[in-house]
Design a protein around this ligand. Sequence first.
Ligand SMILES: Cc1cc2nc3c(=O)[nH]c(=O)nc-3n(C[C@H](O)[C@H](O)[C@H](O)COP(=O)(O)O)c2cc1C
Length: 176
Amino acid sequence: MNDIAVIFYSRSGTTRLAAQMLADRLDCPLFEVEDAVSRAGFRGDLRCVIDNLLRRHVPYRYAGPPLSEYANLVFMAPVWIGHLAAPMRSFLRDQRPFTRGVAAAVMAARGGFRAAEEIAEALGRPPHPVIVLLQRDVVSGDARADIDAFATALISQPTTDPGVSRRPAWLSPNEA
Ligand SMILES: Cc1cc2nc3c(=O)[nH]c(=O)nc-3n(C[C@H](O)[C@H](O)[C@H](O)COP(=O)(O)O)c2cc1C
């Protein structure tokens, strides 16, 4: 079994950038959850809002390996109207139950604690560690220190015992 993998969903590239930084730092593989139907443009914006408001289970594509091949998983996705982006929420629900170590990072323009809590809900267990990154910090590169601290926390923790419920660690000092 491999040690760790990063799995991300990104509509407009910010989460992809942060996920790439984290995977480089951890020297681990990166796998993507993609939209089955494009969310580009205004109609795409509208679908993001409606899918999240109605908590729809949405179609997605995942071409990565089975998650059971990894002892630890990091999930990364953006916040849409205060909630975890629908494609990642749908993916996580379909992948349950999680019996390995799970960590989470959410991308937001202003803040995203509720989205991180939703990851815990979707996983059926609290992820650890958890980080909320602001889009402007990812784009400017200011988030690198937070991503490094997140990576260090991931490396230093033992694989989570499925029976042990941890409190999420809110690492980001930038939360709005
Ligand atoms: C439809 C929609 C709703 C959003 N709602 C929120 C929100 O409620 N709070 C927030 O902080 N950011 C919100 N954002 C901003 C995104 O979370 C932010 O731009 C994120 O970095 C996008 O990640 P991506 O580039 O990987 O898709 C929203 C973006 C979209 C498209």
